[in-house]
Design a protein around this ligand. Structure first.
Ligand code: FMN
Length: 357
């Protein structure tokens, strides 16, 4: 299918294994995170700058069984007043459940009260970020930095797990380490084992190191090793999931319990329906231009409702550019989106490049 192939070309999925039995339902077990039943194990990852309410709803309507909100700094959550900006991050609509909220911070004592705020806002799962490689996060001793200090990381886990009601699962997101050293690997497993021992319900592992950021492939051999190590504990895998095929291959080749789709879902929310279809042995739904327009319009409407005209045009310009990768005239369309200055210009681009109904 042309559209998805264009994404595949940009990020070719690595060849993962020699023996390649058919992909299908036999490889797919329903996912649960603690008491929260997720179902189909291909989920929408936390994506800073993207996975806000509208993106999560679109993913949900197109088949994502679970999604995570973009990471929030614990201090931001604690300082959140009734201001529109803060409220937007803490608003969840009924159709989004189950939905996870993710926290990042440096000080163990701030995670617990921030997690309770997220619980009060209605998040079904609290996820702790030990993966973010962004310079400001690492230099501020947040995110991926915690992989270098297991004692602090585990204190964060304990405090959060102790504070949050038993009915709400606490989960972790980790990269496979700070770097490729043996010391980093030992720390990874210390945190992983310690977190499960402290009651964490699931851990998502991104198979790149913090040092690696996004350069080079996600190490799926490491994901397989982690799942073998974790046994019956729930592990989700992350990294290089750009097609439905890749999602099912990750489940099959590594044995992880869930596949967490990140960049592959930005501008291609059909990946969830495609993964469902592939697992069921049905033909993959192909988003033709009319379908792409329908979803862009839906996304814009949700954005306008949640954040108003000014923010919506910035967000939808960004998503328009991402969706353009599925359009046969990608370059021209991307250039047209890039100069949109308001929602009426945005609608004109939509009108010009996508047929209605
Ligand atoms: C733009 C962007 C924003 C991200 N934001 C978050 C985030 O808020 N929380 C998180 O745990 N991971 C975040 N990630 C990491 C992804 O969830 C995922 O682990 C990573 O992109 C690897 O998957 P991929 O290679 O399939 O994209 C982000 C990644 C990108 C590209």
């Amino acid at each position: 299918m042309t559209n998805v192939t264009s994404i595949q070309d940009k990020h070719p999925p690595p060849i993962r294994s020699q023996s390649r039995p058919e992909l299908g339902l036999g490889n797919v077990r329903p996912l649960s995170i603690g008491q929260v039943k997720i179902g189909f194990p291909v989920v929408q990852a936390a994506l800073s700058g993207y996975s806000d309410g509208p993106m999560r709803i679109v993913a949900r309507r197109l088949g994502a069984s679970y999604s995570l909100a973009e990471v929030l700094i614990d201090r931001f959550v604690l300082d959140a007043t009734n201001q529109h900006h803060a409220r937007r991050h803490l608003t969840i609509t009924d159709e989004e459940h189950p939905v996870g909220g993710q926290l990042m911070g440096s000080n163990p004592s701030e995670f617990a009260p921030a997690a309770l705020r997220l619980v009060a806002a209605g998040f079904d799962v609290i996820d702790i970020n030990f993966g973010c490689p962004v310079k400001t996060a690492v230099s501020g001793c947040r995110g991926g930095y915690h992989l270098s200090q297991p004692d602090v990381a585990l204190e964060i886990v304990s405090r959060t797990r102790d504070a949050v009601p038993d009915s709400i699962p606490v989960t972790l997101k980790m990269r496979r380490g700070i770097d490729d050293s043996e010391e980093s690997r030992e720390r990874f497993f210390r945190i992983l084992d310690g977190a499960f021992a402290r009651g964490v319900a699931a851990i998502t592992v991104h198979g790149r190191t913090v040092e690696q950021r996004y350069v080079g492939p996600s190490n799926w051999d490491f994901l397989r090793e982690v799942k073998q190590h974790a046994g019956s504990k729930t592990i989700l895998g992350s990294g290089d999931l750009f097609t439905a095929q890749a999602c099912l291959e990750m489940l099959r080749d590594t044995g992880v319990d869930g596949a967490s789709v990140a960049r592959g879902a930005i501008g291609n929310p059909w990946i969830f329906a495609q993964a469902n279809a592939l697992a069921a042995g049905r033909p993959l739904p192909e988003p033709n231009l009319a379908e792409q327009r329908r979803v862009l319009e839906m996304h814009a409407e949700l954005c306008l409702k949640s954040s108003g005209e000014k923010q919506a045009h910035l967000t939808m310009r960004m998503f328009g550019i991402k969706f353009a990768r599925l359009h046969p005239q990608f370059t021209e369309l991307r250039n047209a989106w890039a100069v949109c200055r308001n929602m009426s210009a945005w609608r004109e681009v939509l009108e010009q490049w996508y047929p209605s109904g």
